[in-house]
Design a protein around this ligand. Structure first.
Ligand SMILES: *Cc1c(COP(=O)(O)O)cnc(C)c1O
Length: 397
């Protein structure tokens, strides 16, 4: 197979033709500034508002509850800072989250801690789940916000968002969810799921990079994040990214129109990988087997380094991801894999394969063929594996 097998769709996706076609008119024909009062501007405004209505319909929201942002990170930052400072005005400076959130959440919370807020990081179980009971027990009279992701970007675990939302609703605490990995992939409905604020990002569902949404329930006050013009009801200044917004709306509509067939196909392909790769000795599947994104496979192979595995797979045309992130020269294992209780040495040997409906069975067969050989090779040159094999250290998986 000489072509590239791209199985890193949790990092980003290729744009699909529907999204690309939706963008094109915005470059030359629909070039107006939606804030201009003349006809050219007003046409652009119409396109912008149509996209807003489309996105709202896909989430079960109202158009006025949709705020366009530059992506998932910005939406997360705005949601958290807005809810935190609204809370602070009422003397509430406590925030609840989980240990497995995306860095857009965790780093924003670290900043808020340095600004005088207190954060509770709920531990997760071995599958990466937090429960609504844990959230209920952690809520205090001074809790301003609960933020729990919809689905985990590394291990694919889907959180009990509806139950957590119900707890927050009953206790009158604002509930935000980072749904970047969920929207367009599994059913998400802000009403049924009891969500007050939600972040999503277009490039995770075959839309363009650099555009996303912050949903904010109409009963929740949203604070201005970027000062300037009156765009997005004065909450986020800057001339709108109309091309990006139109492409995002088209990609989302398409994803929702084919949601259940896409889920079934991704799960079918995913299970080929899980079945095939689980045959590798001393391997384990990370994340919840049942409450799992249909396109996510995350596995650990004992005795190897995830980075080496990635590089060798890349040489064979397979583009995947490892749990560990290379930060400032030191190899830190993923905070998610540590949070589910994996020892450092096991967490280092992780591989994430994230699928999209455009992947094929042939590609899965190629991966199932190639990965065991690469793992075997890496083990053959691994001093750690040698010690494991000689019984000088115990197998951990
Ligand atoms: C990708 C991702 C983000 C960041 O979204 P961007 O649009 O790239 O800023 C946030 N949270 C999760 C869970 C993600 O997977």
């Amino acid at each position: 197979m000489s072509k590239t097998v791209y199985v890193d769709n949790a990092a980003t996706t290729a744009m699909n033709d529907i999204a690309i076609e939706a963008m094109k008119p915005c470059f030359k024909e629909i070039y107006g500034n939606p804030s201009s009062l003349h006809s050219v501007g007003q046409v652009a405004k119409e396109w912008l508002e149509r996209a807003r209505a489309d996105v709202a319909a896909c989430l079960g929201a109202e158009p006025r509850e949709i705020y366009f942002t530059s992506g998932g990170s910005e939406a997360d930052n705005q949601a958290l800072r807005s809810a935190a400072f609204n809370g602070a005005l009422k003397g509430k400076k406590h925030i609840i989250t989980s240990a497995v959130e995306h860095h857009a959440i965790l780093h924003t919370l670290k900043k808020l801690e340095s600004e005088g807020f207190e954060v509770t990081y709920l531990p997760v179980d071995g599958n990466g789940l937090v429960t609504a009971e844990q959230v209920a027990e952690a809520i205090r009279p001074d809790t301003a916000l609960v933020t729990i992701m919809y689905a985990n970007n590394e291990i694919g675990t889907i959180m009990p968002v509806r139950e957590i939302g119900a707890v927050c609703r009953a206790k009158k605490v604002v509930f935000h969810t980072d749904a970047v990995q969920a929207v367009g992939h599994i059913p998400v409905d802000v009403e049924k799921d009891n969500i007050d604020m939600l972040s999503l990002s277009a490039h995770k569902f075959h839309g363009p990079k650099g555009v996303g949404v912050l949903y904010c329930r109409k009963t929740v006050n949203l604070r201005t994040f970027i000062e300037g013009g009156a765009q997005e009801k004065g909450k986020r200044a800057g001339t709108e990214n109309l091309a990006g917004v139109c492409a995002m709306a088209a990609a989302l509509k398409d994803a929702i129109a084919h949601l259940y067939e896409n889920m079934a196909e991704e799960a079918r392909l995913r299970d080929i990988l899980i079945r095939g790769l689980s045959k590798i000795p001393h391997s384990r599947l990370n994340g919840d087997a049942k409450n799992r994104l249909p396109g996510n496979v995350n596995m650990c192979f004992e005795g190897i380094e995830g980075e080496s595995l990635l590089l060798l797979l890349d040489a064979k045309g397979i583009c995947a991801s490892s749990g560990s992130a290379c930060t400032s020269g030191s190899l830190d294992p993923s905070h998610v894999l540590l949070a589910i209780g994996l020892p450092h040495e096991v967490a280092h040997g992780s591989l994430r394969l994230s699928l999209c409906p455009y992947n094929t069975e042939e590609e899965m067969k190629y991966i199932v063929e190639q990965v065991p050989a690469v793992v075997e090779y890496l083990r053959s040159i691994s001093p750690v594996w040698e010690e494991l094999e000689k019984g000088q250290r115990p197998h951990l998986i």
